[in-house]
Design a protein around this ligand. Structure first.
Ligand code: CP
Length: 364
């Protein structure tokens, strides 16, 4: 029997059982997707409408829905580059950014995305809030929603927190990262950036290198990349790779130098010191020697290799400054593109709320 999500997450705390359940469920569902047949990357987009009320993860999205978001984001980027930086699509809408965990990129990007669409924004941080007086996570969200909020962006250290909110709020819920579970807009902006740089995603070999075990970015990347037809390699020390991950259709590697020449893209995942128990690898020096991207490794890579990192980066650990700031790096492009991905997500969810069945790209 599955755990009762509502009961397990009624406090602002972490449930080990629920974490285990989500990890297990993620593995089973991804394995089922991989086993179900070829990717839907070629599905015609003209037949696709956005019908979802929430954006909780890439696990539940089809390849066509993912591509719809990427195309919408591309249209917003085109408009911005043409000078149309202020659009009216969310005028009168209130978007609440509820961040129960620290963030630089995601929080500011969602906030700016909402403003670019003319929404009013509420930016809530757990620090300094009435959580310290014992108010629960759900009560906090419901009280903020009562100010006329119709879209809630939530980041929380507990996997499943956005799902829980979606069951208790009338507002649309966008997952801005929930523990080790998913970070869908990061996965989308990574896909967008790869597609923009290379021209396509299908057929590429993309390595996720580092702390796969604790990474919600890795999970969203695995879902998104495999659905769009890329070959994914999970590379890192055995202690940082979840057992049985190969059942997800992902190649597992522990020798970075061996896979390097095959890679079209490398996504260097941050060592998540805040989520780790100690002793998962001997030392930072040894980790960066074996799995860090540096100038020497760049010379052994494909000339046009795309270097991604979700940020924040630990300079000198996952990658050296010459790689992070070099010509193959798209790290700041990822941040730029994150704005358009978040605009697209807010826009599509708003259109769904308006009850539209067909979602045209905005032209002005
Ligand atoms: N990549 C990412 O989620 O960064 P932040 O934690 O700064 O939002």
């Amino acid at each position: 029997m599955l755990p009762d999500v509502g009961e397990m997450l009624c406090f602002h705390g972490v449930s080990r059982v629920f974490r285990a359940f989500l990890v297990w469920r993620g593995i089973v569902m991804l394995a089922a997707t991989v086993a179900s047949g070829p990717s839907q990357a070629g599905a015609p987009l003209s037949d696709v409408s956005w019908t979802r009320r929430h954006l909780l993860g890439l696990e539940e999205l089809s390849a066509a829905e993912i591509t719809l978001i990427l195309d919408q984001a591309a249209e917003f980027k085109r408009l911005a580059n043409a000078g149309q930086t202020k659009l009216k699509h969310l005028a009168g809408v209130v978007v609440a950014n509820l961040f129960f965990e620290n963030s630089t990129r995601t929080r500011t990007s969602f906030s700016l995305a909402a403003k670019r669409l003319s929404a009013d924004t509420i930016d809530f941080s757990a620090g300094g809030s009435s959580l310290s007086k014992g108010e629960t996570f759900i009560d906090t969200a419901r009280n903020i929603e009562a100010m006329g909020v119709s879209q809630v962006v939530v980041r929380h250290s507990t996997p499943g927190a956005p799902l829980l909110l979606s069951q208790h709020l009338n507002a649309s819920v966008l997952n801005a990262g929930d523990g080790t579970h998913e970070h869908p807009t990061q996965g989308l902006l990574d896909l967008f950036t790869i597609r923009e740089r290379v021209g396509h995603v299908a057929g590429l070999t993309v390595a996720l290198v580092g702390d796969i075990l604790h990474s919600r970015v890795a999970r969203s990347n695995i879902w998104g990349l495999t659905k769009l037809g890329a070959h994914v390699i999970a590379c890192g020390p055995a202690t940082l790779i979840p057992p049985h991950i190969e059942r997800l259709g992902v190649e597992v590697a522990h020798d970075f130098d061996k896979i390097l020449p095959r890679c079209d893209c490398i996504n260097l995942l941050r060592i998540q010191f805040e989520r780790q128990r100690s002793g998962l690898f001997p030392s930072i020096t040894e980790y960066s020697h074996l799995f860090g991207m540096n100038g020497e490794r760049l010379k052994k890579s494909k000339r046009d290799i795309v270097i991604l990192a979700p940020g924040p980066i630990n300079r000198g650990v996952e990658l050296t400054p010459e790689v992070a700031d070099g010509g193959n790096s798209v790290i700041l492009d990822q941040v730029t593109n994150g704005l358009f991905i978040r605009m697209a997500c807010l826009y599509l969810l708003h259109q769904q709320r308006l009850g539209e069945t067909h979602v045209p790209c905005p032209r002005s």
